[in-house]
Write a protein that binds this ligand. Structure first.
Ligand SMILES: Cc1cc2nc3c(=O)[nH]c(=O)nc-3n(C[C@H](O)[C@H](O)[C@H](O)COP(=O)(O)OP(=O)(O)OC[C@H]3O[C@@H](n4cnc5c(N)ncnc54)[C@H](O)[C@@H]3O)c2cc1C
Length: 435
């Protein structure tokens, strides 16, 4: 767990939470959840709602990692693109999976409203094209409506540029039902709610090992043993040893966010979230005080690059040079877990232990979905989680997998640049013909 990070804007904007002292002696529970990110917190909350006695162990503080330091974009789908999912499992199964991902989105929407409506910061996500392809935008809109019941608005290049004053963008697709949250406040509010409901949450308590004892499991911590019938691993890529079958199936991937000083600007005229359609794109949104929160880039080194703030500023100014030279007040990295197929790993291993991990860069809805599926599986013997059997844990290639991820990111960046260049050249050609 060597990933160090500076203070995030979210931490600066969220009140701290009182933690219970680490457990001592023997603690008994129906289920022990390992990992206090959103996957673990939601699973714990949903099991408690179904009347189970739950212990949640968090190595550091709740949601200190990806769950509390992400972009805050909540929308349907997965880290894997919809075309990739269809290719792997066929349209019908892809539709069923997409519906499950939408349940996750609805769960977050409902919980945020119930817990504290101010956690929801704004609405709508716009994905902009960096190539001029009006027909492509329409085709995608039609396909998403026909095959997935997802109603997207197409914005023309003029409409897009009226909202986002940059020549980098052409048409865009807007999902008005997606929304944006303060993820750290959401995770803490959900955890507080779970705790009030009776979940025993222990922070600063790494789980050190899990072993079988008769029909149940013993989870060891520095000073305690949790005896539980069920164990659920929700540790992302932060501990790949505690449960080897899932640990070796995930790769750690780091990604970055920066937040500017409060801005007076007229370049971004919407509070919706913005992404672009590149394979390796940027995403951003305006947050409180007109600060610009900007995310992007990935690396497989588990450390923050030097000059992170300058790198992110460079990316911002490449799209909006008119922003001048904004001061970067916060810059941080966060660690995600990816399986090679980019779909979450959700299920039960041969050893009887449950897992929910590898949500990649699309975890706000999918961690909620996983929490519901696993709580229903454990408490009600529901087997809908088996829809993820097609994405079972497989060895991710260890160090070679990491090299592969980095190489494929560079390859994606290169293909993005070539696509943009080809698009520019074809438009220049059209201009020459007109002249
Ligand atoms: C910068 C960034 C931007 C992102 N933007 C978005 C976005 O806009 N929208 C979106 O949907 N997704 C986004 N994501 C992805 C999303 O944040 C993650 O997929 C999701 O939060 C993963 O949740 P998790 O609970 O699996 O893991 P984590 O949040 O990483 O939590 C895992 C927890 O397990 C704990 N742990 C590890 N080992 C042990 C142990 N042995 N004992 C006890 N505890 C342990 C860790 O301390 C940690 O708290 C982003 C991610 C990053 C990093």
């Amino acid at each position: 767990m060597g990933f160090k990070s500076s203070q995030t804007w979210y931490e600066a904007m969220a009140p701290a939470r009182d933690a219970a002292p680490p457990p001592r002696g023997v603690v008994a529970a129906d289920a022990c959840i390992i990992g206090g990110g959103l996957a673990g917190i939601t699973t714990a909350r949903e099991l408690q709602r179904r009347g189970r006695i739950v212990v949640l162990l968090e190595a550091k503080t709740l949601a200190w990692s990806a769950s509390g330091r992400n972009g805050g974009f909540v929308g349907n789908g997965f880290a894997a693109g919809i075309e990739e999912i269809i290719e792997r499992v066929g349209l019908k199964n892809a539709q069923a999976l997409y519906r499950l991902s939408a349940h996750g989105t609805e769960y977050v929407r409902r919980e945020v409203t119930r817990l504290d409506a101010s956690i929801r910061m704004s609405d709508g996500i716009i994905v902009a094209q960096r190539v001029n392809d009006p027909a492509g935008a329409r085709r995608r809109q039609e396909m998403m409506l026909r095959d997935f019941g997802e109603g997207l608005d197409v914005l023309s290049a003029e409409q897009t540029r009226a909202l986002l004053v940059t020549e980098r963008y052409f048409q865009s697709l807007r999902n008005p039902k997606s929304f944006l949250i303060h993820p750290l406040r959401y995770a803490r509010a959900l955890a507080d709610d779970a705790e009030h409901g009776g979940v025993n949450i222990f922070e600063n308590t790494p789980a050190l090992s899990v072993s079988r004892k008769g029909s149940s499991f013993v989870v060891r911590t520095a000073h305690a043993e949790v005896h539980a019938q069920h164990v659920v691993h929700c540790v992302s890529a932060l501990d790949r040893r505690i449960h080897a079958p899932t640990g070796r199936a995930v790769l750690p991937v780091a990604t970055y966010v920066a937040v500017t000083e409060p801005l007076t600007q007229d370049a971004i005229r919407t509070r919706s979230g913005i992404g672009d359609m590149r394979r390796a794109g940027d995403y951003y949104r305006l947050v409180t005080d007109n600060r610009l929160l900007w995310g992007g880039r990935i690396t497989t080194r588990i450390s923050e690059p030097l000059r992170l703030a300058q790198m992110m500023k460079h990316d911002m100014l490449a799209v909006f040079p008119q922003l001048g030279n904004p001061r970067i007040d916060y810059a941080w990295g966060g660690l995600m877990a990816y399986a090679l197929h980019k779909m979450p790993l959700i299920g039960r291993a041969r050893d009887g232990q449950w897992f929910a991990t590898a949500f990649g860069g699309h975890g706000l809805n999918t961690t909620a979905m996983a929490g519901i599926l696993l709580a229903r599986a454990i408490a009600d013997k529901d087997d809908e989680y088996r829809r993820f059997a097609a994405f079972a844990p497989r060895w991710a290639g260890g160090p070679f997998g990491r090299i592969g991820v980095q190489a494929s990111y560079w390859h994606m960046q290169l293909r993005d640049r070539l696509d943009e260049r080809a698009d520019r050249q074809s438009r220049d050609g059209e201009d020459d013909e007109r002249e």
